[in-house]
Design a protein around this ligand. Structure first.
Ligand code: NAG
Ligand code: NAG
Ligand code: NAG
Length: 620
């Protein structure tokens, strides 16, 4: 068993591995106190735990008195790092060595630390802390690590320890905001995966990730927010071994494209070459789906294939794959053409392209670890977890261009639950400026029922535009009495309605028109104040005219009225005609003089015939 495992590692080579380049993904660690340590330091994001892409995390550093390598459970030492509510979370500083990085992180997490900082034990460039490579069916705990982890250099680790020795409180801020480039409104990402489903915890977590992430991936792809490409690592068989039994069972196309045997046993189960062919088929599914502008079908195919055609049920076959392809309405002929003939001694352009893509370019290193997620040409570090990956992808959008799915539940923080995150809020209207996003909470005046609030978001927000009176009456006074409602909400602010006085915000008071003698002043009139208005009754059978605050006879006065109107009308008409005549006359005389002036410039008019033109006449 050991020998065979050794063989498959030894004999297959990764394309381009001779000039390989591994890029360490970094984030920054900002020390805010003590004074003499203040500054920004680099640290390397571990390949497990959940880094807060796009966000930051504040805490203070603790270096334990014992178990400094965190290789044992802190329970044995009766140590806990759980922070009390309201206190800064604990970032546990431990030393590198003696056990897996994941063991340290697991012990730190179980003891209540919020993050783990591993201090390197030798002077060297930062490396990426990875999960244990060997079969880890016993040790699946690393899938459960959620605390973010970072490796810091030996010298920085020493400085931290020294400050702690001095009794200083060391405050740090882990910052992942610049860990991913976020240049524009589209994120390009790649997922390097494998169709093999019998490699233990790593394979299982891979397919679990694909299943859980499928929904979000498809939304993002359909709406054009992302461009996703799946990839598959293939190895090749060195020339000298092409005809060996091992290469024949692990490779296709005459040793050109290989995959390690799933069980590391050539005598039973599926062979490496079966895996290569299925991987190739998955690339082809993507290619054909992409050509018909439905690249997201890859996610359906891969999850369906994993469910319907698992190795353990002996269904990891061409027939089963074709069933899935047909059920998704994909063009089987095209896909088979793309797969080609695995027995032929020739190159397969699709797998050749996959091998070439393995080699790092730009800011991305070689892809050597499976699975690998590459976002905006940077390798994602951390656990393959739906929320964490979505956060990372969302961090790849230029700020404010991130799609709605980035602001959805599940990946948002819950900072608004407590005290509205310290943002502005209006209890009465149940409106808050606090918004949970994957980047943490922001204080931003909201839009409620189509009404936009404006303000700084922290101390002040105010409904604006038409419709603002719909929400909490625009913050203005409003009252109902006996079925009658008065509101102080008007365009651009609060103003008490007629019949009321006050600032309009909190209070408007009825004006007693009778007492204040502002209305109903006609002689013999009887005044009675009402809420918001007044009643006025005239003497006898006279009628009260509110506009003029006067009493008039109720008897019809049509004739008088009509002749009165006629007089006014005729008067207006006369004035109009007169005005027009004057206007006409003035216009004419004005134009006359204007025309004369213009003409005078070109020809001598009667009364100007003697005006000499110096330029011409004088010279001749
Ligand atoms: C990891 O989490 C899973 C599911 O939450 C649980 O079943 C499993 O026991 C956990 N493993 C360890 C080692 O805690
Ligand atoms: C998928 O299609 C798009 C446009 O249709 C193209 O730009 C992209 O390169 C294609 N991807 C692959 C891997 O063929
Ligand atoms: C305030 O609004 C939120 C949702 O907008 C709702 O869940 C909550 O129950 C409301 N609270 C009150 C006191 O009305």
């Amino acid at each position: 068993m050991r020998g065979k495992l050794w063989f498959s590692i030894w004999v297959l080579f990764l394309w381009g591995s001779c000039w390989g380049r591994f890029v360490v993904e970094k984030n920054s660690l900002k020390v805010t106190s003590p004074e003499d340590l203040k500054g920004i330091y680099e640290c390397a994001i571990g390949n497990f735990g959940i880094p807060q892409y796009g966000g930051t995390m504040l805490g203070f550093v603790v270096y334990p008195k014992s178990n400094r390598k965190a290789c044992k459970s802190f329970d044995e030492f009766d140590i806990s790092f759980k922070s009390k509510p309201g206190a800064f979370p604990t970032f546990l500083l431990v030393d590198r060595g003696d056990c897996y990085f994941t063991t340290k992180a697991w012990n730190a997490q179980n003891a209540g630390a919020a993050a783990i900082l591993v201090a390197d034990n030798k002077v060297e460039p930062l490396i990426t802390m990875d999960t244990p490579e060997e079969d880890s069916s016993v040790a699946d705990y690393f899938q459960n690590i959620t605390v973010p982890s970072a490796l810091v250099s030996k010298s920085f680790g020493d400085s931290l320890k020294k400050a702690l020795d001095n009794g200083d409180m060391v405050n740090v801020n882990l910052d992942w905001r610049e860990s991913l480039p976020h240049p524009d409104e589209r994120v390009e990402y790649e997922f390097w995966t494998n169709s093999n489903d019998e490699c233990g915890a790593k394979c299982e977590s891979q397919i679990e990730f694909v299943k859980s992430f499928k929904g979000a991936a498809q939304i993002l792809e359909k709406k054009g927010y992302t461009q996703f490409t799946p990839h598959y690592i293939t190895w090749y068989c060195p020339e000298a071994f092409i005809l060996s039994k091992q290469c024949k069972s692990q490779c296709i196309n005459h040793g050109r494209y290989c995959a390690p045997d799933p069980e590391q046993d050539f005598s039973k189960g599926y062979d490496g070459k079966d895996v290569v062919v299925q991987n190739l088929r998955q690339v082809c599914v993507f290619k054909v789906a992409n050509e018909s502008r439905k690249p997201w079908l890859w996610w359906d195919y891969v999850t369906d294939f994993a469910i319907r055609c698992p190795m353990k049920e002996k269904k990891y076959t061409k027939e089963c794959a074709e069933e899935v392809i047909k059920s998704l309405g994909l063009d089987l002929k095209k896909i088979n053409k793309c797969v080609g003939n695995p027995d032929a001694d020739e190159e397969n352009p699709v797998l050749k392209a996959e091998q070439d893509a393995q080699i790092g370019k730009g800011s991305r290193g070689d892809v050597t670890i499976l699975p690998t997620l590459v976002i905006n040409n940077r390798q994602y570090r951390g656990k393959l977890d739906k929320g964490a990956v979505l956060k990372a992808i969302c961090a790849g959008f230029q700020e404010t261009t991130e799609p709605a799915v980035c602001l959805s539940e599940g990946i948002e923080t819950n900072e608004c639950l407590e005290n509205n995150g310290g943002c502005w809020h209006d209890k009465a209207a149940n409106v808050t400026a606090c918004k949970d996003t994957f980047r943490g909470r922001v204080c931003e005046c909201p839009i409620v029922k189509g009404v936009k609030f404006v303000g700084d978001g922290y101390t002040h927000c105010e409904a604006s535009g038409s419709g603002r009176c719909e929400i909490n009456n625009g913050g203005c006074w409003k009252e109902t009495r006996n079925g009658q409602t008065y509101s102080a909400c008007v365009d651009g602010g609060c103003k008490c309605p007629p019949g009321f006085k006050g600032d309009g915000n909190k209070k408007c008071e009825d004006i007693d028109e009778c007492k204040e003698r502002t209305a109903c002043q006609c002689s013999g009139c009887k005044c009675k104040n009402t809420w918001g208005s007044y009643e006025c009754n005239c003497r006898g059978d006279l009628l009260y005219m509110k506009e003029h605050d006067t009493c008039i006879s109720k008897k019809p006065t049509t004739e008088v009225g009509w002749s009165f109107i006629w007089v006014i009308f005729l008067g207006l008409a006369a004035a109009g005609i007169g005005g027009y005549a004057v206007y006409k006359y003035r216009i004419r005389s004005y134009m006359d003089s204007e025309i004369r002036a213009i003409m005078a410039q070109y020809m001598p008019l009667d009364n100007q015939s003697e005006v000499p033109n110096h330029v011409h006449h004088g010279d001749i």
